[in-house]
Design a protein around this ligand. Structure first.
Ligand code: GLY
Length: 379
């Protein structure tokens, strides 16, 4: 059983440490959007593979602003959000949800300013242009015939644009994409494939495949957590129980297959490699997604279970094995993340999305703890 007061203290220490690391990052490398560290350093010439991470820096700055209320973070959050505004029309990536939900959507939620919301809506409209009528999916960045599980984290921006504009076609695209992903990329045991390949002529689904996982029939850990979190978010928009069931199936697979500390390897089927036992960014995404699921599931016992498991992950990630607080010279916050093992990119390093979802999960714990303290008169 986790001691909640101690965990809240660890989360507070983590937030303070994150503030120091981020302040150093933006002051040492102004206007730079890092993706993964090399030997713990953010700036290097390593390949990006694709440009999908530029929202995670601004997103962390918004989280720090929300946590501290300090003007410094607000100004930096706005500044780094503005730097990516032009990406709202970017047709080269499938990641506009990652870019704009973590930045401009947070900004809009704080201000209610319709000019800010317009940017979010335009990004959603742009993403929808990737829809393939034959096959009924949003194509990935790699090719027309390719569907990625990762897109489940981005499709909510299309639902949002549809909801705010009343555009039924946008809603259809988002919903069909989610149903196609559920049908072809999520397996009966709740595991997920990274990629689906379609026949461009007929739209027929041909096979499951992978880029960042071990094998085509295995389950790449981060992909599964994108599904866990993404299907949960889609349920919030649609209230369609099929999406909640899918999110819970993915959560159950994660929990069954992961060691007790809560951090999976890069792929559950991969031959054990004692030097690379962790993919901490998947754990951070799972923790934040499970905190969401604990609120979404209609079953109180499962809600307690998801919540407790999320806290267990956070308890592990806030130890010095993962938190870089006792690692001199390390520029990231969370160690032992993995970007693309096969390509040798960001292997056992800090990764920008890991930092973002870790801080998001930590912020949720701290705000729940603040509510509890207020309720019991401890403030
Ligand atoms: N391309 C998204 C990811 O690496 O998770």
């Amino acid at each position: 059983m986790i001691d909640l007061t101690k965990l809240a203290q660890k989360c507070q220490i983590t937030m303070d440490f994150a503030g120091k690391q981020l302040r150093r990052l933006i002051e040492t490398y102004p206007d730079y959007f890092p993706m993964y560290t090399v030997n713990g350093k953010w700036q290097h010439e390593g390949e990006a593979w694709t440009n999908w991470c530029e929202g995670f820096l601004g997103g962390q700055l918004w989280l720090l602003y929300q946590h501290t209320g300090e003007r410094y973070w607000r100004e930096k959050a706005e500044y780094y959000s503005r730097l990516i505004e032009r990406r709202k029309t970017d047709r080269n990536v499938h990641d506009l949800g990652f870019l704009f939900l973590s930045t401009w959507k947070r900004w809009y939620d704080l201000t209610g300013d319709k000019d800010i919301e317009k940017v979010v809506i335009e990004a959603g409209q742009t993403l929808a242009l990737r829809f393939k009528e034959r096959g009924q999916y949003l194509r990935s960045f790699v090719a027309d015939d390719s569907l990625f599980i990762d897109i489940m984290m981005n499709v909510p921006i299309i639902y949002y644009a549809a909801q705010q504009t009343g555009n039924e076609n946008l809603w259809r695209i988002a919903n069909q994409h989610s149903l196609t992903t559920r049908r072809y990329l999520v397996r009966g045991d709740g595991s997920t494939a990274h990629e689906g390949i379609f026949d461009l002529g007929t739209g027929e689904f041909l096979r499951q495949s992978t880029h960042q996982g071990w094998r085509n029939d295995s389950s790449w850990a981060r992909g599964l957590t994108w599904a866990l979190y993404g299907f949960g978010t889609v349920y919030i928009y649609t209230q369609d129980a099929r999406f909640l069931n899918t999110a819970e199936a993915c959560a159950n697979f994660y929990i069954e297959r992961t060691p007790d500390h809560g951090v999976p390897p890069n792929d559950w089927e991969e031959a054990p490699n004692p030097s690379l036992p962790y993919e901490s960014s998947a754990a951070a995404i799972a923790a934040s997604g499970l905190l969401n699921l604990a609120k979404l599931t209609g079953d109180p016992a499962r809600a307690r279970f998801y919540h407790a498991y999320a806290l267990r992950i956070i308890d592990t990630l806030t130890t010095p094995e993962f938190l870089a607080i006792d690692t001199p010279g390390w520029e990231g916050i969370l160690k032992h993340g993995m970007y693309h093992q096969r390509k040798g990119l960001g292997v056992d390093e800090s990764v920008m999305w890991g930092e973002y979802f870790f801080l998001e999960a930590i912020s949720k714990v701290l705000s729940q703890q603040n509510v509890a303290n207020r309720m019991w008169g401890h403030e």
